[in-house]
Design a protein around this ligand. Sequence first.
Ligand SMILES: NC(=O)c1ccc[n+]([C@@H]2O[C@H](COP(=O)([O-])OP(=O)(O)OC[C@H]3O[C@@H](n4cnc5c(N)ncnc54)[C@H](OP(=O)(O)O)[C@@H]3O)[C@@H](O)[C@H]2O)c1
Length: 268
Amino acid sequence: MSTPPIDGGIVVVTGASSGIGAEFARQLAPRARVLVLVARRRERLDALAAELRVGRPALQVEVRPCDLSNAAAAGALADALLADHCAVDVLINNAGLGDVGLFHQRDEAKLLAMMAVNMTAPLVLTRRLLPAMVARRRGGVLNVSSGFGMFFMPGFGTYAATKHFLTAWTEALRLEVAHHGVVVSQLNPGPVATEFEDNAANPTGERIPALLMMSAQRCAKRGIRGFDRGGALIVPGLALRTFYGLCALAPRWLNRLALRLVARRFEV
Ligand SMILES: NC(=O)c1ccc[n+]([C@@H]2O[C@H](COP(=O)([O-])OP(=O)(O)OC[C@H]3O[C@@H](n4cnc5c(N)ncnc54)[C@H](OP(=O)(O)O)[C@@H]3O)[C@@H](O)[C@H]2O)c1
C-alpha cells in the first residue's frame, strides 16, 4: 500500500483561506517542502502564509488566488503549477460551499457556482495534475466530500448531489491509479465548525447545535491521519462512523419516510 508523498513534497490545498483547508495547511506545514495555498481571498492566504513562514522559515509557501467556480481559471492554475514545478506531489481538493433550503426557492447562480467549485474544479485540477503523478509513480489526491456524499436530505439536495459525485468519482479513481503508486482518498466529515454554515445560508435561520460540531483542527487531523494510511473513505470520529453505519443499514423507504418530516422544516 502506497502512502501519499506529503513529507518533503509539493502540496496544494484548495480552500486554504478558511476552516478545514486552513487547518490542513497548518498541519501539513511542518512536513511539506512547498505548500501552495489556493482560494479567492488573497489577504487571508497572505496572512496564513506569513504565519506558516514564521513557524517554519524553510517552508516555501505559494499564495495562488483563484476563483474555482471558473473552470478555465482552475485549468490555468493547474497549468501554472505544472509549468513551475513539473509535477505536484499531493493535491487536496478541499474548497467547497453549501446551500441550504428548498430547491425551488434557491438562487440558480449560487447553485451553479456550488456545482462548479464542488465538482468541476476538483475534476479539472485532478485531470491535469494526475498524469504526472501516475508517470512518476508518486502522488496523492485527497478529496473532501461529506457525509452527504452517502446520504440525501431535503434542503440539501444539490449540495448532497455534488458530494455524491465526489464520493463515487473518488472511489473509482482510487481503483484506477492505486497500482501506479498514487493514493486517492476522500474525507467525509459531518458538521464542522467553520464558515460553511454561514455561507450555506439556511433561510430558516436554524443552526446546527454546537454539541454536534467537530473542530476544523480535529477534522483536518483525522483527515491527514487517514490519508497517511491510504484510507479509502475517511470518516472523522467514532460517533459519526457509528451513525453513518446505522443509517446505511436502514432501508431506503424508511429513510424517505423519516425525511418527509424534515422537508417541512425548510418551509419559509
Ligand atoms: N463545515 C462542514 O460542516 C462540512 C461538513 C462536511 C464537508 N465539508 C466540506 O469541507 C470543505 C471545506 O469547507 P469548510 O467547512 O472549511 O468551509 P469554509 O470555512 O467556508 O471554507 C471553504 C473554503 O472554500 C473556498 N472557496 C469557496 N468558494 C470558492 C471559489 N469560488 N474559489 C476558490 N475557493 C473557494 C473558500 O475560500 P474563499 O472564500 O476565500 O474563496 C474557503 O477557503 C468543503 O468542501 C465542504 O463541502 C464541510
